[in-house]
Design a protein around this ligand. Structure first.
Ligand SMILES: C[S@@+](CC[C@H](N)C(=O)[O-])C[C@H]1O[C@@H](n2cnc3c(N)ncnc32)[C@H](O)[C@@H]1O
Length: 154
């Protein structure tokens, strides 16, 4: 898709600046057709892994098909569900999301809840359209806002 191709270089630059790197375990919230999950997969490589989460099962079917076709299936998977209800025992190195916070009635509450799945000690960053939480704090861009550090409690 044209939009995906246009957005990719900006998103990639942002993710790399935020510290996304090979071998990381990443969750992509509001994954949709999987563009951000596949970009993250390129960055973390097959020694890392990506879990994409979305409530739209049909979009995730497309994301899974693209993942298979493009050869990422061994390190990218998708899970259907609402971010409000997402729970996991996994601890991710980075949490990423693009064009998803604007759909949340209470974005702060969603961010607080999602940050529980990020490894303790990580710093975090979010902006209106892109959410990145990982080990490295990056400067805010226009429209951005610092998020609280990942909680260390249960
Ligand atoms: C505009 S699309 C962005 C898709 C992808 N992040 C990208 O940038 O290409 C927003 C996606 O977020 C998902 N979404 C929004 N709110 C959600 C929620 N509370 N739980 C799960 N998925 C959600 C929608 O189903 C949709 O697929």
């Amino acid at each position: 898709m044209l939009q995906a191709r246009l957005l990719r270089p900006y998103t990639e630059k942002f993710f790399r600046a935020a510290g996304l790197a090979p071998r990381m375990r990443v969750s992509d919230v509001g994954s949709g057709m999987g563009d951000v999950a596949l970009l993250s997969a390129d960055i973390v490589g097959p020694a890392g892994s990506v879990l994409g989460i979305d409530r739209d099962a049909a979009a995730l079917d497309n994301a899974r098909r693209r993942t298979e076709e493009q050869g990422y299936a061994s390190w990218v998977e998708f899970q259907t569900g609402d971010l409000d209800e997402f729970t996991t025992t996994d601890q991710f190195d980075a949490l990423v999301g693009r064009y998803v916070l604007l759909y949340q009635p209470d974005p702060s509450s969603v961010i607080r809840s999602l940050l529980r799945s990020v490894k303790p000690g990580g710093t975090s960053f979010c902006r209106n359209q892109v959410l990145v939480s990982g080990p490295k704090e990056v400067s805010t861009e226009r429209g951005g806002a610092a998020c609280p550090a990942a909680p260390t409690g249960p």
